[in-house]
Ligand binder design. Sequence first.
Ligand SMILES: Nc1ncnc2c1ncn2[C@@H]1O[C@H](COP(=O)(O)OP(=O)(O)OP(=O)(O)O)[C@@H](O)[C@H]1O
Ligand SMILES: [Mg+2]
Length: 435
Amino acid sequence: MTQQIQQTQEKTKAQISLPPYLVPVFTGKTRYRGSYGGRGSGKTRSFALMTAIKGYEWGMSGKTGQILCGREFMNSLEDSSLEEIKIAIRSIDWLNAYYEIGEKYIRSKDGRVNYTFVGLRRSLDAIKSKARIFLAWVDEAEGVSDLAWQKLIPTVREKDSEIWITWNPESKYSATHERFRVNAPDDSKIVQLNFRDNPWFPDVLEQERLEDKKKRPDVYEHVWEGGFLIFTEGSYYTEEMRRARNEKRIGVVAYERAKPVVTAWDLGVGDSTAIWFVQFIGTEIRLIDYFEGSGVGLDYYVRVLQDKGYVYDKHILPHDVKVRELGTGKSRIETLNSLGILNVDVAPKLMIDDGIQAVRSILDKCWFDEKKCERGIDCLVNYQREYDDNGQTWRQRPKHDWSSHGADAFRYLALGYTPSGNWGTPIRRKLKGVA
Ligand SMILES: Nc1ncnc2c1ncn2[C@@H]1O[C@H](COP(=O)(O)OP(=O)(O)OP(=O)(O)O)[C@@H](O)[C@H]1O
Ligand SMILES: [Mg+2]
């Protein structure tokens, strides 16, 4: 290490301050550094500052390259981290002396380091052509797709290059959560940060926080404590699922041995397959279990059903189960029959909206096993309209994401259900060869 860097680091140590939890994140070598948490915790400001310091060290060591600042959406520079980085640089004299700050750009005066700002949704392919990225920082990274991560990460390939990520968690099934918390890379330093960890947490935000705590307790955990977003605006079953929780219909719901189980499926091709396990006891609809998988054949799911050890009544499958598949020439219902799944009801092909109405009409009678149906419940809670980012409005159709499969399977269940507890004859189709 050159003396210059040592001097820089001494200077750095002497002159910058970070929220204490971030100090270990920025100490020592690692490829990934990151922080997640609630509003106002100092994530953006701290990482913005550290990009400038990393750029300074890089340039001072005689190397050239770019710092790429990405966000999921960036319609204009106003949506980027540009302003935050300007503020951070201006707050420290020796950084301010090193960089040249224009209205729309930041670069080092020695010409070695420059910043670029990109929206990952739209410009991902353009990133590949960007050379010499030694640092990529993605702020507000919650919604960044796995595909975007797969494309971005290999473009950051300079020796000693780093990838930094900051985000406010929303969903426990987001690609960012899975990649950087559930399966965090080995060489990563990623910590949680919340408002109380920010020594400069401003009074205006404190007022907002207290208001939220009092008036919007539903979202408080998510907004301020970095918890997942539980009830989203635009989600179809918010009210019903909230009632289920308040009325304590989400808890322990055991399998009743004396009654058979009905299953309802959404069959994915190259996509997830979801299965609900249901018992109808009196007027109650008891969701006792849920299973979701992908990348495996129908025989796998049949084995799952067997391994659960329930006694089955019937299996509700979506209408497309009758379509013959290219290649085998067999329909999936025939395949299931040959695997021993015989008593099949095919849910009618109806408009999605009718299915959603059908779900709403049965949810108040539903009891969910909290543990076994965890993901299925999450699907119902999160199933939502698609958001139009350009028009800033909710579209009429549902968004296709991880929650669609569980929600679709539940739709097929609701379509087959009649209040008497019997299956409606109109949709019941005994197929040839089915017992
Ligand atoms: N180093 C600092 N010096 C001065 N003020 C700071 C510093 N770090 C954070 N702050 C103050 O804390 C506020 C919140 O910080 P920041 O915007 O970085 O939080 P965040 O975690 O990114 O929040 P959000 O979740 O809203 O994006 C800033 O607007 C600023 O007022
Ligand atoms: Mg921020």
